[in-house]
Design a protein around this ligand. Structure first.
Ligand code: NDP
Length: 287
């Protein structure tokens, strides 16, 4: 493969990304602040660079997988001249605002910039289920797609460099609230002598099946009409029984009460007969 790739940052994730490149036959130069982390990759065929500057000069495309936004600036700020005319793909986790800031920094330095958000753990890299979200330069995304696809499914969202991070965080928001819902259910049945494992055996197929509701909600939300027939109404969705049963079990009602508040605000505003999807209005307009 004629593409020369440099990887900056060989933590758990950077090592997995670099390992996939080496395995696929890319000429890969690696650099890490603590040099010993390069040894294993060198044994597999990577070239170790003594400094980040050496690594940048060796690569047509530079992959950054460092700790955070500040560490990316710390490493790259002194190298803006070396990076000029090259391509930077930054898969370090950053906020949307930080991604946009890096994109602007890269534009000033004459660097083509693609931002990535990794939806996988290191062991998943290069395996089914691994997904990486990208935004920023469309040209960079399309040119290097064969390389990016080595790591997982690559999805591009647009020229706004903050979009990948925004999507990443939005998906994580959904995940954490679902996890909290699982924990609430497990806590509810625990006083009855049910183990978390027994509850998980019931919750997994249930919650998996319930994800089938997303598309129906989305249709209603995108259609902009919460009165369409066939939906469960907000009034019917009152979570009073769930709150009472939780209290009776002596556990916190916080998780369920949060959802109940979103429902109640819409009922109070006179929308009780509308569908459950309407709670998105409570979220879009903070009370
Ligand atoms: P690690 O903690 O394993 O590695 C962090 C890396 O950043 C190391 O290479 C470290 O170098 C380097 N680093 C930290 N600070 C600096 C600095 N000031 N200057 C130079 N190098 C620095 O983290 P991961 O590899 O797990 O994560 C890397 C990125 O990938 C993060 O942004 C993370 O959010 C993201 N990510 C990780 C996932 C995971 O499951 N691990 C999942 C999705 C995204 P040194 O070895 O010298 O300390």
């Amino acid at each position: 493969n004629s593409v020369q790739v440099s990887v900056l940052g060989l933590g758990a994730m950077g090592s997995a990304l670099a390992g996939a490149l080496v395995k696929a036959g890319y000429a890969t130069t690696v650099w890490n602040r603590s040099p010993e982390k390069a040894e294993d990759l060198v044994a597999r065929g990577a070239e170790a660079a003594a400094t980040a500057g050496d690594a940048v000069r060796a690569g047509g495309v530079v992959i950054a997988c460092l700790l955070d936004h500040a560490s990316v600036h710390e490493v790259l700020d002194p190298l803006s001249h070396e990076l000029a005319g090259r391509t930077l793909i930054n898969v370090t986790t950053t906020s949307p605002a930080q991604s946009r800031e890096l994109a602007a920094w890269a534009a000033r330095a004459g660097v083509a910039y693609l931002d990535g958000g990794i939806m996988a753990v290191p062991d998943m890299i290069g395996r089914p289920g691994s997904s990486i979200l990208y935004s920023g330069s469309a040209e960079v995304f399309h040119r290097y797609k064969p390389l990016l696809d080595l790591w997982g499914t690559s999805t591009y969202f647009g020229e706004d460099a903050g979009l990948a991070s925004l999507y990443d965080l939005a998906l994580l928001a959904g995940m954490y609230v679902m996890f909290a819902g699982f924990m609430h259910g497990a806590a509810m049945v625990a006083p009855a002598g049910v183990t978390a494992g027994e509850f998980a055996a019931m919750a997994t197929p249930w919650l998996t099946a319930m994800t089938g509701a997303f598309e129906g909600f989305a249709e209603v939300i995108d259609g902009g009409d919460y009165t369409v027939e066939g939906q469960q109404s907000l009034a019917f969705s009152s979570l009073g029984d769930l709150l009472a049963a939780s209290s009776d079990q002596g556990i916190s009602t916080e998780v369920v009460a949060m959802v109940q508040r979103l429902i109640q605000r819409q009922i109070d505003a006179g929308h009780g007969e509308d569908g459950f999807a309407r709670i998105i209005e409570s979220i879009k307009q903070p009370g």
